[in-house]
Design a protein around this ligand. Structure first.
Ligand SMILES: NC(=O)c1ccc[n+]([C@@H]2O[C@H](COP(=O)([O-])OP(=O)(O)OC[C@H]3O[C@@H](n4cnc5c(N)ncnc54)[C@H](O)[C@@H]3O)[C@@H](O)[C@H]2O)c1
Length: 257
């Protein structure tokens, strides 16, 4: 796949959930564009693997172990980024989880709270601690991860869908609030992408349902994480200066199908 040339040398990017899936792909793409990258993940082995992949390709990265559902971990994560690189230009607030789909009347309370903590409170915490660094240095760009479920009705995934609507709402508030301070905040809403989430789902779904996950995409296949990373990195780049508080459907048109 060809890539647009984007120069991020001298800049610093943070990717949460950078150990696998879309986070790993965007961490590698930020590094390929010349940014120094902080890869944050709760999974140490995978996070270190991403760091090593970036180093092997000639880039610069550190790994930070952080559970972004925890306020103290997020504060410490940002502290480690600043200690290592003295700035934070780009943040891809990407880490998230999806669990079993139960109807609302059967959804266990702890599953609701876990999903909201990992997918929504986490983004609030990241914004809360990333923005002061960006304000102090005069600007930055942030990409949060919503989901195609913010466009379409969905009979399952109550907690997941609510969490991703929350991410989109937070994105509009942050984008408008900090626009004059030179911080842009956008969201992406991916369709089905070949990552840990879809690998785990396809491993247990009946073959016909698994196949349908691919065929339901207008393009007729899962998107590759690298295809999403292109959008994330472009949104952070100076080329996207006009784009703020916007949600990008990265789903080949599924949201209008
Ligand atoms: N894969 C899809 O089809 C799809 C579609 C729409 C949205 N998304 C969203 O994309 C984002 C990335 O997911 P993915 O598909 O790449 O999944 P993935 O499972 O491949 O990767 C997620 C990464 O996040 C990490 N992580 C999870 N919870 C964490 C936490 N509390 N703290 C730190 N790290 C944590 C995991 O260890 C993992 O490395 C998620 O927010 C997900 O909801 C995925």
């Amino acid at each position: 796949m060809t890539s647009v040339a984007i120069d991020m040398s001298g800049r610093v990017a943070l990717v949460t959930g950078g150990g696998y899936g879309m986070g790993r792909a965007s961490a590698r793409r930020f590094a390929a564009c010349g940014a120094r990258v902080a890869v944050a993940d709760v999974d140490e082995a995978r996070g270190e693997e991403t760091r090593d992949l970036i180093a092997e390709a000639g880039g610069e990265a550190i790994f930070i172990r952080a559970d972004i559902s925890r306020a103290d971990d997020v504060q410490d994560m940002i502290g480690q980024v600043v200690a290592a690189y003295r700035r934070l230009d780009y943040a891809h607030n990407n880490a998230g989880i999806i669990e079993d789909q139960s109807p609302i009347h059967e959804l266990p309370d702890d599953q609701w709270h876990r999903t909201i903590a990992n997918n929504l409170t986490s983004v609030f915490l990241c914004l809360k601690h990333e923005i002061p660094v960006m304000l102090a240095q005069g600007g930055g760009a942030i990409v949060n991860v919503a989901s195609e479920t913010t466009y379409k009705g969905n009979v399952g995934d109550a907690a997941y869908t609510a969490s991703k609507h929350g991410v989109w709402g937070l994105t509009t508030v942050a984008g408008l609030r900090y626009a004059k301070r030179n911080i842009r905040v956008n969201a992406i809403a991916p369709g089905n992408v070949r990552t840990g989430i879809t690998e785990r789902a396809q491993a247990v779904l009946p073959p016909e349902v698994s196949e349908r996950m691919e065929q339901i995409q207008p393009i007729g296949r899962l998107l590759e994480p690298e295809e999403i990373a292109e959008l994330v990195v472009w949104l952070c780049s100076d080329q996207a200066i006009a784009v703020n508080a916007t949600r990008f459907a990265a789903d080949t048109g599924w949201h209008v199908a």
